[in-house]
Each structure stands twice: as structure tokens, then as C-alpha cells.
Write a protein that binds this ligand. Structure first.
Ligand code: ZN
Length: 170
């Protein structure tokens, strides 16, 4: 297993849509193992394939994150099939490190997809996990959480990001 480089929002791969996966093979299983390791090392709750430079329709999520019991799952070719209610909560992204903002999202979602064995999976999630699913789905559509904000707010966050980057480089 190896730690992959998490791309930041300046990388054009973050704007690519995830290509549907039609072949679940050893290479894909290896990629997923690396994504798990990368996500855990970065202390993230989820990671979409394009965040590590692969524009494929899949993401990994720790569905046990709220309980403290690690439970890593992979969802291939995911689709959100139902959304209910809304709530606003703070959110961050491994591709926009150190930047957080409040985002309005559905409070409950149903997500369908396929697991690494090729079996159909279905999750009903609410709160934090529902938010994580919606966040990862946006990555697979080539968008980022701050695209939900006004351009004024987004520009403030972009400036903050660049300032932090500059400080880190000095
Ligand atoms: Zn993200």
C-alpha cells in the first residue's frame, strides 16, 4: 500500500467528472487500498478518486467516523437516489486544506452504488454521513464544496487559501 498525493483545487483533475467504472479488477482494488491509506493518513472522512488524480466514478468513506469505529467502504458508480430536509453545517475538504465553510445540504440521503465485489449497495444516511456522501458526489461531478457558496464568499476563501500556502512556503 502507498500514500497517494492528494491534489488540491488548483489541479484541473478536480474539475473532471468521474468516468463510470465498468471493470472491477485487481488494479482497482489496489487503488482503493491506497485511497484508504491516504484518507486515514490525511485524517479525512472521505476521498473521491479524482482527488488522487484518477477521474473515476468512485469514492471511499469512513462510515463509522461518528461512532469512532473505523468502517471503510468503497462506493463505485454512486448515485444519490433520494434527499430529504436540509441543514447547514461546517465542512472542509482534503483538496482545500485548512479552509472551512458552512454549506447547506440535504439532511438525509439515500445512496446507491456497487461495492468492490460488484454487489449492489444502498445506504441511508443522515447528518454528517449524508453530508460526506453529498460532498464526495460533488467531487465526482467535478465540483467542490465552495461552489455552493456565493462568489464573494468563495473569493475570500481562495485568498485565505493562497495566504496560507504562501506562509507555508516561507
Ligand atoms: Zn473534498
Amino acid at each position: 500500500m502507498s500514500i497517494l498525493r492528494v491534489r488540491n483545487w488548483l489541479d484541473p483533475v478536480l474539475r473532471k467528472k468521474g468516468e463510470p467504472v465498468d471493470n472491477i479488477d485487481e488494479n482497482l482494488a489496489r487503488l482503493v487500498e491506497d485511497m484508504y491509506e491516504t484518507m486515514l493518513q490525511a485524517r479525512g472522512a472521505g476521498l473521491a478518486a479524482n482527488q488522487i488524480g484518477e477521474a473515476k466514478s468512485l469514492f471511499v468513506v469512513d462510515i463509522g467516523i461518528e461512532t469512532g469505529k473505523r468502517d471503510l467502504v468503497t462506493v463505485i458508480n454512486p448515485v444519490i437516489t433520494a434527499r430529504e430536509d436540509e441543514e447547514i453545517a461546517e465542512e472542509g475538504c482534503l483538496s482545500i486544506p485548512e479552509i472551512f465553510a458552512e454549506v447547506r445540504r440535504a439532511r438525509r440521503v439515500e445512496l446507491k452504488g456497487v461495492d468492490l465485489k460488484g454487489n449492489d449497495v444502498r445506504y441511508e444516511a443522515e447528518g454528517f454521513l449524508a453530508r460526506a456522501f453529498q460532498h464526495e458526489m460533488e467531487h465526482l461531478a467535478g465540483t467542490l464544496f465552495w461552489d455552493n457558496l456565493s462568489s464573494v464568499k468563495r473569493n475570500i476563501l481562495k485568498r485565505k487559501f493562497k495566504k496560507l500556502q504562501k506562509e507555508a512556503d516561507e
